[in-house]
Ligand binder design. Sequence first.
Ligand code: UD1
Length: 353
Amino acid sequence: MHILHVVGARPNLMKVAPVMGALQRYSEIKQTLVHTGQHYDANMSDVFFQQLGIPAPDANLGVGSGSHAWQTAQIMTRLEPVLLERKPDLVLVYGDVNSTVAAAMVCSKLLIPIGHVEAGLRSFDRTMPEEINRVVTDQIASFLFTPSADGDRNLEHEGIPADRVHRVGNVMIDSLVRLLPIAMEQKLNGLPERYILVTLHRPANVDDDRTLRVILGHLMDLASEVKVVFPVHPRTRQRILDGGIDASRLDLREPMPYIVFLAIQRRATAVVTDSGGIQEETTYLRVPCLTLRNNTERPVTVTQGTNTLVGQDGASLRSQLTRILEGKPKQGAIPPLWDGHAADRIAEILIKL
Ligand code: UD1
């Protein structure tokens, strides 16, 4: 059987690595990897390939950045001939980025079965581009690999037959479990005992000048009490520069490689973020996470894990942080099947096809 994986953006890479690794154990499976080029900076892509041990892509579509329609269309147009030439039996797509939905749409028209890794997540907020990507991809996928029970329920409500849905657990946590021992050996020179780690890149938080200014203002206030380390996503860096927004009291860094970011996350007093994956990683690491959103497609991180939604409300961010700094953080548990073996379960299902 020939399985072709499509990845494009940074969060796809922690997910494809364990799945490729698990499938590699079966000699009857041939694997091909296509990178759409949605993310292309070395620190958003190459370094993750190296650290996660992902083989070099067999094809890179070199798409790059653009509007949603442009980027999605470019990926579709450039992927179609690759699929026609390579003729995979199944295509695996990951997460909820534009590369995911674009690849799924091309496959569905070519009648190539699709497996969606990280299916079923819903924020129920259709102003989020990722929510559209999730809903569309799940509707046209043949194999839906969910990380948690809420995913199964969401798919059932959308009329997806139960025999397509396989709850396997969280593949992103597979990568974390594998590389955490290496991350623990990292020396974090220059960081104090207590610090807050921040990441920010959602359009709803960074694309509007006023909103970004308010959020950074809250973080600047915090920075007078505790160090705020902020690896800045390229999208956010551009907005800070364009808006001339003051972030002078924050410890701004370049986007970090996977292992050092894991190390810095694990030792953080709290994480403030709008990322999806980081809500999951902090839950696994039992580090308190304050999410700058009003909803999450990963509700188990709130109901079972260490995550709290604080919206864009500075008062809530502040009061939650005060509790954490007083030594009263939210306690959490690790959700079922977030055990480092989700990819093995995917491989066991695929090998029986
Ligand atoms: C994308 C995903 C988002 C994911 C995030 C993780 C979609 C719709 N969004 O958002 O779900 O959480 O990746 O990082 O797919 N840029 C660079 N270098 C790069 C990549 C991007 O400078 O290597 C800059 C460009 O100015 C680009 C902007 O970042 O326009 C946004 O990149 P894009 O891939 O469109 O979306 P992300 O915000 O990265």
